[in-house]
Design a protein around this ligand. Structure first.
Ligand SMILES: O=C(O)CCC(=O)C(=O)O
Length: 265
């Protein structure tokens, strides 16, 4: 199994620890500043307006970037604020449908975003609540780090290692396929496993190793296209984990998606 371990990252990594590669496409202030000569440039600022030690994670059809977005102190504060602000779903919205059967989800879930946006996931449609100040702050930090804009966030709260998420892909039609999914983790570090679609179950058609990450407190994982076409991901049960974790997946929902469907029928 390919292992990418990111444990114990309670400070930003120094420039020599990991290869610096940024998913950011647009020009940085540094690159735009004509007066800075090529040889005077700090190489660690090469692609950044604001240095973040990105680590590239790649496999066949899998393209992810991982970085520590928030230092421990700030991540602690954000966790506390989210605990006060986020209102988790109850009733029908706290259930999933799998092969026609309805189950309670083994964690708590909430959806926030721009007015009127909905997201249908595992047979249940969820309406976005208006952004809270802390969610807007985190979304802006992700946009600043990646150059990508997001209009929706799915929040999952795991009370401890018993709470989990089964294997799935984030490949719903209403998601903008050109936009990465940006996953921010706060709280307990948890294993996160990618499995290739051709290497699942007992009768696999191919032998492809899973990719196993450990998502740290304050981290950002970018799942770039086409990762969600070829790879399933899951957050397995880990009985030894006794503390809570909040995960936020920022997404871009196609605003005209439903209109487009109606026009085509
Ligand atoms: O909690 C996590 O890291 C997993 C979240 C996830 O898989 C999802 O939101 O699709």
């Amino acid at each position: 199994m390919d292992q990418f371990l990111f444990q114990g990252q309670n400070k930003r990594l120094c420039s020599n620890d990991v290869p610096r590669r940024s998913p950011r496409k647009k020009k940085t202030k540094m690159e735009e500043h004509e007066s800075i000569k090529e040889e005077d440039k700090d190489p660690s600022f090469e692609e950044f307006s604001h240095p973040i030690p990105w680590q590239k994670i790649e496999a066949e059809g899998l393209d992810c970037d991982y970085a520590l977005l928030f230092l421990k102190e700030e991540a602690d504060d954000l966790f506390r604020q989210l605990e006060e602000e986020v209102v988790y779903s109850t009733g029908e919205e706290a259930k999933v449908q799998v092969f026609g059967k309805v189950y309670n989800i083994p964690r708590k879930q909430a959806t926030y975003g721009n007015a009127g946006l909905t997201y249908t996931y595992s047979g249940v449609t969820r309406l976005a609540c208006p952004w809270t100040p802390t969610l807007e702050y985190i979304r802006n930090a992700v946009t600043e780090a990646t150059g990508q804009k997001f209009n929706f966030v799915l929040i999952n709260r795991y009370k401890d290692g018993q709470d989990h998420m089964g294997e799935h892909r984030d490949d719903e039609k209403e998601l903008d396929p050109s936009c990465p999914i940006a996953s921010v983790s706060l709280g307990a570090a948890r294993d996160f496993i990618f499995r290739h679609r051709d290497a699942r179950g007992k009768r696999t058609s191919r032998q492809i190793d899973p990719v196993n990450l450990k998502l740290a407190h304050g981290s950002l994982l970018l799942m770039n296209p086409p990762t969600n076409t070829f790879w399933y991901h899951s957050l397995p049960v880990r009985k030894k984990v006794l503390s809570p974790r909040i995960n936020l997946t920022f997404r871009r929902i196609l605003v005209d998606f439903r209109k487009t469907i109606k026009q085509n029928h």
